[in-house]
Design a protein around this ligand. Structure first.
Ligand code: TRH
Length: 386
């Protein structure tokens, strides 16, 4: 059985561990690999996967050996494949052990996802280590077949279809919510602090049909509390303003969060992993890119928008772009107008979201592509090191 080590440093938020965990689970379940996942912040991990014990040095979970990445790093024999998630810098002692392993491990730097065109050109490129006899390969997830593809379980579409067909009522009950009214729009909101939020909430308050907004606890809560003029907000609270009903939810586990995305009519998502999951949900979405000091998130937003709105009718495409750009600090119009335009084209945007999900499959599944890529390299190594 092939051995894999995945290293993950939690920079901030939940995207790094969210992606590393999804990848580790997929490699074990679908490819039968022996995977160790080294994580430097098990508390963050526990937020998205509550059975994780934040104090355990090593614990089995879903077939993955979850290991605490501590400093100094205790000696560990390197695996055949080593993933350094998002260039997290491997422990020096581990790197040294990799360099004397024969044949050397296949070493992958799993990069952040972007829809920008340069990704395809950089995917798979080697980078020799300056001192050690090791080569690191850049593996870029992406939206086209020339890239590393997207994280998705093989049974994802089937599970989603089964849930949509017969699971939503139970899900709403579990969250202690009523099922949606026929004319209601149910929205999930996962966001960073956002200057456009108040104007969007104002627009929802003035909508002609009811809007229910479900907000898992997180970074946007203080801003919501300020808009509501309340000192703080907790899970379970409900607030009404005009057509808008706001529900604060507890932070859900990663699988339940998928259910939320599948059950809502529109999902506001952020960063990387929730954005991809919202696309697989086959529902309309609004993406907030992870804000970067050099404004690189603007290029990322525009690149995904260009790709996502391909094939969408002109006015509907402008409505999607307007709302996404306004939400990402690039307003083409006021938020109220952006919302009105989105509402006017809602039906066509919903159809597009379903078609988009089918098109996404053409990019390929990241786990399959990663296994193919590393298997090829491993075979070459065995061949050159008989
Ligand atoms: O948490 P994020 O903002 O993570 C970000 C991005 O990944 C960004 O690219 C990276 O540079 C930065 O971290 C360091 O957003 P993201 O990527 O959507 O990750 C959130 C994870 O949390 C995802 O796996 C879904 C999960 N989640 C839950 O499990 N339960 C919840 O209730 C919610 C709202 C999210």
């Amino acid at each position: 059985m092939r051995t894999w080590d995945i290293f993950c440093k939690v920079v901030d938020n939940y995207g790094d561990i969210g992606i590393a965990w999804r990848l580790a689970r997929g490699l074990v379940k679908e490819h039968g690999l022996a995977v160790r996942l080294w994580v430097d912040d098990l508390h963050a991990f526990q937020r998205i996967w509550p059975v994780i014990d934040p104090n355990a040095a090593e614990q089995p979970c879903e077939g993955v050996a979850v290991c605490a990445w501590r400093t100094p790093f205790a000696p560990a024999a390197p695996a055949q494949v080593v993933i350094d998630a998002f260039g997290c810098t491997l422990p020096e002692t581990y790197l040294a052990a990799m360099s004397v392993r024969s044949p050397p491990p296949v070493w992958i730097n799993l990069e952040y996802l972007s829809a920008e065109p340069w990704v395809a050109e950089h995917h798979g490129l080697p980078s020799p280590h300056p001192r050690l006899p090791l080569t690191r390969y850049f593996f870029f997830p992406g939206y086209t077949p020339e890239t590393g593809g997207l994280l998705a379980e093989a049974d994802l579409a089937g599970r989603r279809a089964a849930f949509v067909c017969s699971g939503t009522q139970t899900f709403w009950r579990q969250l202690e919510l009523d099922a949606p009214q026929p004319d209601e729009l149910r929205v999930s909101l996962f966001a960073y602090e956002n200057p456009a939020l108040s104007a969007l909430l104002d627009a929802w308050t003035a909508d002609t049909r009811p809007i229910t907004c479900l907000v898992p606890e997180g970074r946007v809560i203080p801003q919501l509390a300020a808009w509501l003029s309340v000192p703080a907000l907790q899970a379970g609270e409900v607030h009404r303003r005009g057509a808008l009903q706001l529900h604060i939810l507890p932070f859900l586990d990663q699988d339940q969060y998928d259910h939320l995305l599948w059950a809502c009519d529109l999902n506001f998502v952020r960063g990387e992993d929730s954005c991809v999951r919202a696309q697989w949900a086959a529902r309309p979405l609004v993406w907030q890119a992870y804000p970067q000091a050099d404004e690189a998130h603007r290029d990322k937003t525009n690149a995904l928008l260009a790709h996502y709105t391909e094939g969408l009718d002109g006015a509907a495409a402008r409505a999607v772009s307007g709302l996404w750009r306004g939400w990402n600090g690039m307003p083409d119009a006021g938020m109220a107008d952006c919302w009105a335009a989105w509402r006017a084209h809602q039906a066509i945007i919903e159809v597009h979201a379903k078609g988009w999900c089918d098109r996404l499959r053409l990019a390929g599944r990241l786990t399959d592509k990663l296994v193919d890529f590393t298997e090829n390299k491993l075979k070459c190594r065995v061949f050159s090191n008989p």
